[in-house]
Design a protein around this ligand. Structure first.
Ligand SMILES: C[S@@+](CC[C@H](N)C(=O)[O-])C[C@H]1O[C@@H](n2cnc3c(N)ncnc32)[C@H](O)[C@@H]1O
Length: 222
């Protein structure tokens, strides 16, 4: 992963320190790009709805997990409208505290608020129809990402799906010293998914994002 992750402890502690200083708002979650939130959510909804519904092989709608959930931007507009119960996991306690008011009345259907780093978090076996992992994989080292994806696979219900939605670089691993993360190219993401023993069921690029930001891809895995 290059020098940035050479010292794993500081890779994680620097990221934690960075997020503690970010305001608990949609704009904060999106690095100042709060204005793209609706395009993002609509793209995710169209993507996810290909798998949901009645019938053989369809993904259920009882429980979802929002990973690196922040204040619950995705939980509020994508997951709570589609699933009976949603759990949130994030390393920043302040964001989860904010989620409790930000989610409003529908927040009653949150199952658990879990404050933990994904590198340590073990999701409950067989609990989730969908595990949504957006804009957070760059905060995990390669090995931790592979191991986390493996644990996610075990946490799926029958016909469940893990969805990764994240920035992809044009080529190689691009470090971000500011928030202590990395951006990987699609080939590297594919190889890490393969190492985790997951299969790519479907993949799509998010369209209509501003030209100056990274390309964003959605991968459905199981
Ligand atoms: C760019 S924000 C995205 C938030 C949310 N996924 C969204 O799209 O609105 C990244 C989030 O990841 C969280 N985070 C950073 N490192 C993490 C880690 N190692 N484990 C869990 N969450 C982490 C941050 O606290 C922050 O809420």
């Amino acid at each position: 992963m290059g020098d940035i992750a050479e010292n794993e402890t500081s890779f994680y502690s620097n990221a934690e320190g960075y997020w503690k200083e970010v305001p608990p708002t949609v704009d904060g979650m999106l690095g100042g790009y709060g204005s793209i939130s609706s395009i993002d959510i609509n793209g995710s909804k169209a993507f996810l709805q290909k798998f949901l519904g009645e019938g053989e092989g369809k993904t259920g709608t009882s429980c979802a997990l929002d990973c690196g959930a922040g204040i619950g931007r995705i939980t509020k507009r994508l997951l709570l409208p589609l699933f009976n119960t949603v759990d949130l996991v994030d390393v920043t306690q302040e964001f989860l505290d904010k989620a409790k008011t930000y989610l409003g009345d529908e927040g009653k259907r949150v199952g658990k608020y879990i404050c933990n780093g994904l590198q340590d978090f073990v999701p409950e076996t067989g609990r989730y129809d969908v595990i949504w992992i957006q804009w957070v994989i760059g905060h995990l080292t390669d090995d931790h990402l592979v191991e986390f994806l493996r644990r996610c696979q075990k946490a799926l219900r029958p016909n469940g799906l893990v969805v990764v939605k994240d920035n992809v670089s044009y080529e190689g691993v691009v470090p971000d010293e500011v928030d202590s993360s990395v951006c990987r190219d699609l080939e590297i993401v594919h190889s890490l998914v393969g190492r985790a023993g997951l299969r790519i069921v479907y993949e799509e690029q998010q369209m209509n994002f501003p030209k100056e930001i990274y390309q964003v891809h959605m991968l459905a895995l199981r």
